[in-house]
Design a binder for this molecule. Structure first.
Ligand code: NOJ
Length: 444
């Protein structure tokens, strides 16, 4: 398998996110984000790690973007920290922040890399969170103001956009389970946040369409093949509910189908209480590409004690299935199947894999990280993607997660997903063997 098997226009890249790499979290005029404050709360992140320095990308972006080029990629996906542009979330702007992203974009263009900008990758300005954040009615206007500003400021140089990163990820972890920022819990918070997010992803895209000439607009969904543990009616239904939540919930409104409320009373109630049909048009947008992010399949079993979804994950290690250091099952065939599941919607006609990658225990020995497991992972996942592509799925790009080891949210700095190793004490970057593998792969 060679990269040329995917066609010469296929977009190969790496993905990153502001809060995970930038650092300079409290300087150059940036306002605090919900991750800056959440990480300070005791017990919220492993070892109390926080994003205040991260990879210090803020000062080292030239070196890091040069690495993207060295590895042979064409696309550099990064996100804009909302609170670096609008320290309070809206109103007053921060010139240093605006300049920083201009510099990052210019650096990409100078090296003939495509800058791909994510507008929201989980770091909501703290001051908006104090007003309710994604659960607040006002969020759509605040988000639109921010998007319009970015579109006007960067739209002449940036054509590739991702509106929102993994809506299910941050609304479920941050507003229902409370394990991510802002640490809120409960199904009410989740549904409020979810409705506003579903509106934001389409409205943000509409603003980009109006403001940016020749824009290529996508938005990025997490997805997981859902496999019932047994064929019992209860397990099958539990799997179906999980699929509705994890794979369909944010995608179908975009496609004009509204939320997937049929067959599940809980979602029907949500639709009624929030009158979601009224927002059907606002939640709809004909995206140029659907970003698909996959890390693992889930095996699901009925469990009456789990609130709302009444479903329980049977973990990979308990099934003796191969898994990463994150505990996530390695299963390239399931990647193939979830791509096919997304491609089966007639409205989905262009898929870009906007994230895929793995955390393994890496060891830096004599200046080398010999991460064969990661190479193995990528080979298998790329082969699965090629199979789907050869069967006719229009897959137009693949972005590896991630350029370098970084702040992995609640997991802190120990969960290393990078193609480049980072020493967080010295900020020394070392290309891992997987990085060199990509370099070879992309040269053919
Ligand atoms: C998806 C998220 O978008 C990204 O921020 C995160 O680091 C990776 N998954 C790995 O967990």
């Amino acid at each position: 398998m060679h990269s040329s098997d995917f066609g010469k226009d296929f977009l190969w890249g790496v993905a990153t996110a502001a809060a995970q790499i930038e650092g300079a979290a409290n300087s150059y005029g940036k306002g605090p984000s919900i991750w800056d404050t959440f990480a300070k709360r005791t017990g919220k992140t492993k070892k109390g790690h926080n994003p205040s320095e991260a990879c210090d990308f803020y000062h080292r972006y030239q070196e890091d973007i040069a690495l993207v080029k060295t590895l042979g990629f064409k696309v550099f996906r990064f996100s804009i920290a909302w609170a670096r542009i609008f320290p309070l979330g809206r109103g007053q702007i921060n010139q240093d922040g605006i300049r920083f992203y201009n510099n990052v974009i210019d650096e990409c263009l100078k090296l003939d890399l495509i800058p791909m900008v994510t507008l929201y990758h989980w770091d909501l300005p703290e001051s908006l969170s104090k007003e309710g954040g994604w659960t607040a009615f006002g969020i759509n206007a605040w988000f639109n103001e921010y998007v319009a500003f970015c579109a006007k400021e960067y739209g002449n140089k940036v054509k590739h956009w991702v509106v929102i990163n993994e809506p299910f990820g941050f609304t479920s972890l941050g507003y229902m389970l409370g394990v991510h920022a802002p640490g809120q819990t409960g199904v009410h918070n989740f549904f409020d946040a979810a409705l506003h997010t579903a509106i934001a992803q389409a409205e943000g895209a509409k603003i980009l369409r109006a403001e940016v000439k020749n824009a290529i607009i996508g938005t990025a969904f997490s997805c997981s093949e859902i496999v019932p543990y047994t064929q019992s009616a209860q397990d099958l239904l539990a799997a179906k509910r999980t699929d509705a939540l994890m794979n369909r919930f944010f995608l179908e409104p975009v496609l004009g189908m509204g939320f997937p409320t049929a067959d599940w009373e809980v979602l029907e109630k949500f639709a009624i209480s929030h009158s979601t049909w009224r927002y059907q048009e606002r939640m709809k947008f004909d995206f140029d590409f659907i970003g698909l992010q996959n890390y693992f399949p889930l095996v699901i079993k009925y469990n009456a004690f789990i609130p709302v979804v009444q479903a329980w994950e049977v973990k990979a290690k308990n099934r003796r299935a191969p898994h990463t250091a994150m505990g996530w099952e390695i299963n390239a065939n399931s990647f193939y199947r979830i791509i096919k599941q997304f491609a089966a919607y007639p409205q989905v006609n262009n898929i870009m894999v906007t994230e895929n990658g793995a955390y393994f225990q890496d060891h830096l020995v004599d200046g080398k990280v010999n991460d064969q497991a990661r190479i193995h992972y990528f080979k298998a996942y790329l082969a699965a993607m090629l199979k789907a592509k050869n069967e006719g799925v229009n897959i137009t790009g693949y972005l590896a997660w991630t350029l370098m080891d970084n702040f992995e949210w609640a997991e802190g700095y120990q969960a290393r997903f990078g193609l480049v190793h980072n020493d967080f004490k010295t900020q020394q970057r070392t290309i891992k063997q997987s990085g060199y593998w990509w370099q070879d792969f992309l040269s053919l």
